[in-house]
Design a protein around this ligand. Structure first.
Ligand SMILES: *Cc1c(COP(=O)(O)O)cnc(C)c1O
Length: 494
C-alpha cells in the first residue's frame, strides 16, 4: 500500500516519499509524516535469517513506496558496505546486564553515519525520479558531528556537492581536524568568524534567498538539506531496531514475541522516534526510555506535559545531546494531537513565541509508551567507570547517559525486561571525557596518547577514522566572515 507524506502543520498536499526527501521540510515549516505506519510484512523469524542490508530493504520498502526494488537495493548496497568496519553493520554487545546496539561502526564513528551514509543515494535517486536535472547542493551549518558525517556521506557522490560551515573557534580540535581533512572534489569546508548560531542563521538566510535560488537554477544547481528532520534520515534509523530484535531472536537471547525495552540517548528526538515507529510496525517493544543529560527538557516534558525551553543551556560531556528544542518531537506531538495539523501548529507557534507549550491530559495519556529520565555529569562518568571495572567494556559519554538511565529506570520501576541501549558513538570520539571518567590521572596526557591508552584498556584497535587524522593532510583552509558566506557559495559553484 502506498505511503504518502504530509505536513505536521496541516498545509500543502500529500507528496510521495521521493518528493519529501528532496524537500526536507514542508512548505509551511512543518515536518513530513507518513499518512500511516506500515506493518512489517515479514515475520520476525524470517527477518532473523537476514543480514543488515536485507533487513534494511524489508523496512524501507514499506515507507519509500515510490522507489523500485532495484533503486532501493542499490541505495542500500552503496551505503552499507566496507565504509563500515564490520559486516554486521550494527552489532549487539552484551555487557553488564544489557545489550548495547553499536551504531558507531561507520565512517565517522557516530550513529549519524547510519542515516547519512544512505541519504545521499536516496536523494540522487529521488532527483532522478522527479526529473530534476540540477546538481543537488547540500548546505550545512555544524557544531561538530553532523558536518563530518554529512561530508563523509556525500563525498564523491555523483550529482551532489556539499558545503559545510563551522564556527572557526567553536568546535573541538579533533572535530575540526576530521572536517578539514575531508577528501572529495565535491566538498567544501569553511570556518566562519562567528559562533554556531551565526553559521546556522547564515545558512538559513541562503536557503530562503529566492534570487540566489533562481540564479543557481540557471546554472544547474539547487539547494537541499541533510538535516535530521528529513524523512530520508528517519526511515533508515528504524532498520537497526528491527535488525537488533531479529539478532536477539537469532542468537536465542529473546523468545519469539518477547518484549524488550529500548533506551535511547536523546537530543533532537530522531533516534527514539525511529524506535517508536518500529514499535508501531509490530516490533515487540515495551517501554521507550528517553535518556537526557543535564539539559533535561524532555524529562520534564514526559513528567509534567509541559515543554519549556526557557532555561539555562548546559554544556555537558555529551555535546550531541545539548539541545533545548528537540525538533523531531513535533512528529510525536502531531500524532498525540490526533493527527490534527491545526492543533499541532498552535503548540509549535507557542514554542516559537513563548518558548513553551502545554499538552492536554488526554494527549499526555497517549505517551504511556515513553518514559523520560536523565543522568547528570557525575552519574554519567560513574556509569562509564562501573561498566569498565565490572566487565572491561568501554562506552562513550552519550551511551553512558543512556546506560545510567537504564540502571535508574530498573531501580525505580522494578521492571527487569531485557533492554537494548542505543550506543551512539565510539568512545574514541570522546576519548578525554571517557578516560577521565575511568581515572582522573589521565587528564595530563595528550589527545593521541589518550587514544592509544584507551585502545589498550578497552582491548579495541584504534578506529581508522581516528588513525587517519593523525597524519592526514589539511585540504580545507578557507575562512570567511558571516557576511561573505553567499560569495563563498557562489565561488564554489562557479
Ligand atoms: C545526534 C546524536 C545523539 C542524539 O540523537 P537524536 O536523534 O538527535 O536524538 C546522541 N548521541 C550522539 C553521539 C549523537 O551524535
Amino acid at each position: 500500500m502506498e505511503v504518502l507524506y504530509s505536513s505536521t502543520r496541516g498545509g500543502g498536499s500529500r507528496v510521495k516519499a521521493s518528493e519529501a526527501i528532496l524537500k526536507g521540510l514542508a512548505d509551511d515549516g512543518g515536518l513530513f509524516v507518513p499518512d500511516h505506519i506500515p506493518a512489517l510484512d515479514k515475520s520476525l523469524e524470517e527477518l532473523a535469517g537476514m543480514d543488515y542490508r536485507q533487513v534494511a530493504y524489508e523496512v524501507m520498502k514499506l515507507f519509500l513506496t515510490d522507489f523500485t526494488e532495484e533503486e532501493l537495493k542499490d541505495c542500500i548496497a552503496r551505503a552499507y558496505d566496507s565504509k563500515f568496519d564490520t559486516g554486521e553493520i550494527a552489532p549487539l554487545a552484551e555487557a553488564g546486564g544489557a545489550y548495547y546496539l553499536e551504531l558507531f561502526h561507520g565512517a565517522t564513528i557516530a550513529f549519524k553515519d547510519m542515516a547519512l551514509s544512505i541519504l545521499p543515494h536516496l536523494m540522487t535517486t529521488s532527483a532522478r525520479k522527479n526529473q530534476i536535472k540540477n546538481e543537488i547542493v547540500i548546505l550545512t551549518a555544524t557544531s561538530g558531528d553532523t558536518g563530518k558525517a554529512a561530508l563523509a556521506g556525500f563525498a564523491d557522490v555523483e550529482g551532489t556537492r556539499i558545503i559545510v560551515f563551522y564556527p572557526k573557534n567553536g568546535v573541538s580540535p579533533i572535530q575540526e581536524k576530521q572536517m578539514v581533512t575531508q577528501k572529495g572534489s565535491n566538498t567544501l569546508v569553511v570556518g566562519i568568524h562567528g559562533n554556531f548560531d551565526d553559521a546556522q542563521t547564515g545558512v538559513k538566510k541562503l536557503f530562503s534567498d529566492r534570487e540566489l535560488a533562481a540564479g543557481l537554477d540557471r546554472k544547474g544547481f539547487q539547494f537541499s538539506s541533510a538535516n535530521s528532520i528529513n524523512i530520508g534520515r528517519l526511515v533508515p534509523q528504524i532498520c537497526y531496531y528491527v535488525y537488533a530484535y531479529a539478532a536477539l531472536l537469532r542468537e536465542g537471547k529473546a523468545a519469539p514475541g518477547e518484549k524488550i525495552n529500548v533506551v535511547v540517548p536523546t537530543g533532537n528526538f530522531g533516534n527514539i522516534l525511529a524506535a517508536f515507529y518500529g514499535k508501531n510496525m509490530g516490533l515487540p517493544i515495551g517501554r521507550l526510555i528517553c535518556a537526557s543529560n543535564e539539559n533535561r527538557v524532555l524529562y520534564d516534558f514526559f513528567r509534567t506535559g509541559s515543554y519549556d525551553r526557557n532555561r539555562e543551556f548546559v554544556l555537558t560531556s555529551s555535546p550531541s545531546m545539548d539541545i533545548l528544542i528537540s525538533s523531531n518531537l513535533e512528529r510525536l506531538i502531531y500524532r498525540i494531537a490526533g493527527n490534527d495539523g491545526d492543533r499541532n501548529r498552535e503548540l509549535m507557534t507557542a514554542l516559537t513565541t513563548r518558548g513553551k507549550y502545554e499538552i492536554t491530559g488526554e494527549m499526555k495519556a497517549a505517551l504511556s509508551d515513553f518514559y523520560g529520565a536523565y543522568a547528570d555529569e557525575k552519574e554519567t562518568a560513574a556509569e562509564i567507570r562501573r561498566l569498565y571495572e565490572s566487565c572491561g567494556y568501554v562506552i562513550d559519554t552519550h551511551t553512558a547517559v543512556a546506560s545510567a538511565v537504564c540502571q535508574k529506570y530498573r531501580k525505580e520501576t522494578g521492571d527487569q525486561t531485557k533492554t537494548v541501549i542505543a550506543s551512539t558513538a565510539s568512545p574514541f570520539k570522546f576519548t578525554r571525557s571517557v578516560m577521565n571518567a575511568i581515572d582522573a590521572k589521565y587528564d595530563s596526557m595528550g589527545d593521541f596518547e589518550l587514544v592509544d591508552e584507551l585502545s589498550r584498556l578497552a582491548n579495541v584497535a584504534v578506529p581508522p577514522a581516528i588513525e587517519e587524522i593523525r597524519t592526514a593532510p589539511v585540504l580545507h583552509q578557507k575562512q570567511c566572515e558571516v557576511e561573505e558566506m553567499k560569495d563563498v557559495v557562489l565561488d564554489f559553484l562557479a
